[in-house]
Ligand binder design. Sequence first.
Ligand code: AMP
Length: 277
Amino acid sequence: MIIFTHSEAISQYLRSKKQTVSFVPTMGALHEGHISLIRLAKRNKDLSVASIFVNPTQFNDPKDLEKYPRTIPQDIELLENVGCDMLYLPDIGDIYPNGTELKKDYNLGQVAEVLEGKFRPGHFSGVAQVVDRLLEIIQPQEIVLGQKDLQQISIIRNMMEQYHPNIELVTAPTLRDEDGLAKSSRNRLLNASEREVASIIYQTLVSIQAKAGSSPYPVIRKEAWEMLERKGLRPEYISLINRNTWEELDEFDSKVPSAVLIAAWLGNVRLIDNILL
Ligand code: AMP
């Protein structure tokens, strides 16, 4: 695997290669979920390119940025083992040579207003900003994103319609631990007892999915909220949305593609997950 730390170097190298590129942006602390995206990238195009950059502009909470896990040597080993062709490992000056201030208008639409958009102000404009910059540098044919971050997919799709309409967006299913907990870099921050209860988030999503249509949604939602609280979690939202419009729904509607999304705190760790209906 070739490691690049400078945007000009990787841009020039990729331009000289004239091969198709599939790109997987990450913030590192890599796990099997990330690796599954690299596998997909390798299958789809000539070259697989990963990036690791903990983007400060998408962290609304400075403490969260500070404690975000950083495991670069292990990350490199995992990428080598899966056969990733290239890693872009920039520093902040390489991504934001003119400062971190937002300089473009992103029309992110309704999706940016709800859930993560509401609870993490500024998060999605930071996501749009960094992925826009990364796509400018890498200029891939394709970007691969995980369904674990369902709302982020729509944000990036909207940004790409505006600024990168010729790049294809491919999504990959959420990889989970055996007990159902979605793999996440943040899982490393859970202590042993927190880790033991963390799978309740996915179990709750599965139970909402199973009950969909058989009882009123508000009743199911209340039960789910109470279940999370009983296990010691602090839910921020449990939300049923229309996946096309990102409007929150008051009731199940089998005629629209929908999803249930949960964000909940477990100790000092904020976990998110979702399930499609
Ligand atoms: P992150 O490093 O958390 O920014 O994630 C980088 C990419 O990996 C994003 O597209 C995520 O949606 C994806 N990802 C994170 N966790 C998982 C998972 N458990 N399964 C599949 N993809 C994931």
